[in-house]
Design a protein around this ligand. Structure first.
Ligand code: AMP
Ligand code: ZN
Length: 465
């Protein structure tokens, strides 16, 4: 039984999937106008732990992450310019489609490389906004047909007053909003919470180089329609779980829900699970303000990216996490300590059921990773056989993904084996193939594999299958 905190109900609920042992999971992806900062990466470490916890409980996951390469304006409230255009200007590139593609491809690849370094598994589907504009237009037409939007000189706006329950997830009270809680900058909106589904090309926004034909003239989609269209396209409506950072609750997710409701009169997702922020110097770490730390910053300071994963797991995903170099150093020390301990253990044997049960209970309890990590250290301190401790910890690492299997593979190679490998290399250099092959077989019998690489042989212990 897995329990998750559902922002829709503000309660920890038992997770019940729509289809037996299957989960449709959607995570709001990065806006690819800059490197992801480590705060953004916390959101994907959290989604990864959620996914691995579900897998640990034998669910099959279909996971979709979008890539926002159009439509996200510098203000979440339909104001400012497209963030990709800001990036083109920042990098002094020519304002054309080519530069736009260069920017978004470059930062998409940087993002994928970051998450790989953090042992975050890639989704079943990366959904790129610019490749789904036709689908978005088709959804906006449905919203129009059902009477939930209106046209102004600069766009098509969702009419939030028409939707009973608008803002339920964010507990937004529309009546109060009219008295100024969310400032309305665009005077053509009927209600401050109304938002753009489609923005028209006008002389005022002539810099916007990404434009598509639509029934409302040339223009481009709003940011929120991307996620509701792409999630439903790949996961159907409703799907099981939608994730994102808490900043998305009041605007982006509220609006995704409204759009999906206006199209199909059904909820978009059954569980909305949000991670709290990573805080730097008590302030929100902001990608647009350029005051952010990237994974490359950590690597340049000789930190293992997995130490950052460890740091994130040492806090509950629903608690704010203060970042400091000292915290990261402590996580790096704990991780090194873990790696050293694991490398001294022998071949894994039996999983210790009692600890496995405790671990599963912890992660199934709304992903309590600090408790799960504490259980791992309890095992290390216990009097169980090393081989059983190892088997149990490697089992936990299916969820924690601290790279312990790799550490075991790189475990110490005895001097005798190293010597035999050198002898074999000499034989190979002298083209004594039969002899060198015999020696390789002897090495294998002693429990090691040898692989010939361009820069010399690599030896691995056969502890993990
Ligand atoms: P963005 O690329 O700005 O659309 O954000 C990508 C993801 O990072 C979203 O799920 C955000 O909610 C999340 N996010 C942004 N800033 C932080 C932060 N400081 N800590 C944790 N998550 C964040
Ligand atoms: Zn989204």
């Amino acid at each position: 039984m897995i329990k998750l905190y559902n922002t829709l109900t503000r309660k920890k609920e038992i997770f019940r999937p729509i289809k037996l042992k299957q989960v449709g999971l959607y995570s709001c992806g990065p806006t690819v106008y800059n490197y992801a900062h480590i705060g953004n990466l916390r959101a994907y470490i959290f989604a990864d732990i959620l996914k691995k916890t579900l897998e640990y409980n034998d669910y099959k996951i279909k996971h979709v992450i979008n890539i926002t390469d159009v439509g996200h304006l510098t203000s979440d409230q339909d104001e400012g310019e497209d963030k990709i255009i800001t990036a083109i200007k920042r990098e002094g590139k020519k304002l054309d489609i080519n530069s736009m593609k260069q920017i978004s491809n470059f930062y998409t690849n940087a993002f994928k490389s970051d998450i790989t370094k953090l042992n975050i598994s890639h989704p079943s589907k990366w959904a790129k906004a610019t490749e789904h504009v036709e689908d978005m237009i088709s959804d906006i037409k449905k919203i129009e047909k059902n009477g939930y939007c209106y046209e102004t000189a600069d766009g098509i706006y969702f009419d939030t007053a028409k939707l009973k329950n608008y803002g339920k997830i964010a507990k937004i009270d529309i009546e109060n909003l009219l008295h100024g809680a969310r400032v309305c900058v665009n005077p053509t909106k009927k209600t401050p919470t109304d938002f753009a589904l489609w923005l028209k090309s006008t002389p005022k926004n002539k810099n916007h180089i990404m434009q598509w034909d639509s029934p409302w003239g040339k223009g481009w989609p709003g940011w929120h329609i991307e996620c509701s269209t792409m999630s439903v396209k790949y996961l159907k409506q409703p799907f099981d779980i939608h994730t994102g950072g808490i900043d998305h609750i009041p605007v982006h997710h509220t609006n995704e829900i409204a759009q999906a409701q206006a199209i199909n009169h059904k909820p978009l997702a059954n569980y909305w699970v949000h991670n709290e922020f990573l805080i730097l110097d008590k302030a929100k770490m902001s990608k647009s303000k350029e005051t952010f730390i990237t994974l490359s910053t950590l690597i340049a300071k000789n930190f293992n990216p997995i130490a950052y994963r460890y740091l994130c797991l040492s806090a509950k995903y629903r608690s704010p996490l203060s970042f400091s170099w000292q915290n990261l150093k402590s996580s790096q020390n704990a991780l090194n300590n873990l790696y050293n301990t694991i490398s001294s253990y022998n071949r894994p044997s039996k999983i210790i059921k009692l600890y496995q049960k405790k671990f599963q209970t912890a992660i199934n309890n709304d992903l309590d990773t600090p408790a799960a990590i504490a259980i791992m250290w309890d095992i290390i301190k216990s009097n169980h056989k090393q081989a059983d401790k190892l088997a149990t910890i490697l089992d936990f690492d299916k969820v924690l993904c601290l790279g312990l299997d790799k550490i075991k593979k790189q475990a110490k190679i005895p001097a005798k084996i190293k010597k035999m490998a050198i002898q074999r290399q000499v034989m190979r250099d002298n083209q004594e193939w039969e002899e060198s092959d015999k020696l390789r077989k002897q090495i294998n019998k002693l429990g090691f594999d040898i692989e010939d690489k361009p820069n010399g042989p690599s030896i691995k212990k056969r502890t993990i299958n």
